[in-house]
Design a protein around this ligand. Structure first.
Ligand code: FES
Ligand code: FES
Length: 153
């Protein structure tokens, strides 16, 4: 089938299999490998991207369901080669160790901060509850989100 979609501000028109997932499209067709291939069951959040600004686990999303919509991946977060506030705060606070969960964490954080410029710790934990991390114990991630929110406020 023919699909038209906008990813990180670029419009693509592609012929794809009807059952292709958004995750496989991003990684295998567009080569945007920042979005991670984790559980593939919707449980880990490593594949989180934004669709029209809302966080979505791309492993469970069929590409055809996001036809014509606006997708943002971790590659679309930076500003002209510079880390954005959320990315920089993760680095500064040790919020990334192995880094496997980090793109999904950052995308969920970006969605949170668009909706709530000054989230409480409990609101941050709720917003990131679908993103699993095996490394950091979460407290450094929470610190990173609080710092990013303060810098954007
Ligand atoms: S890979 Fe999609 S939620 Fe785990
Ligand atoms: S930094 Fe390793 S899984 Fe989160």
């Amino acid at each position: 089938m023919r699909i038209e979609i906008v990813v990180n501000g670029d419009r693509y028109v592609k012929e794809v299999m009807a059952d292709l997932s958004l995750l496989d499209f991003l990684r295998e067709v567009l080569g945007l490998t920042g979005t991670k291939w984790g559980c593939l069951t919707g449980d880990c959040g490593a594949c989180t991207v934004l669709v029209d600004g809302e966080p979505v686990v791309s492993c469970l999303q069929l590409l055809r369901q996001v036809e014509g919509r606006d997708v943002t991946t971790i590659e679309g977060v930076e500003h002209s080669g510079e880390l954005d506030e959320v990315q920089a705060a993760f680095v500064a606070n040790g919020g990334a160790q192995c880094g496997f969960c980090t793109p999904g964490m950052i995308m969920s954080t970006e969605a949170l901060l668009r909706a709530n410029r000054s989230p409480s710790e409990s609101q941050i934990r709720e917003a990131l509850s679908g993103n699993l991390c095996r490394c950091t114990g979460y407290s450094k991630i929470i610190d990173a989100v609080l710092q990013a929110a303060a810098e954007r406020a």
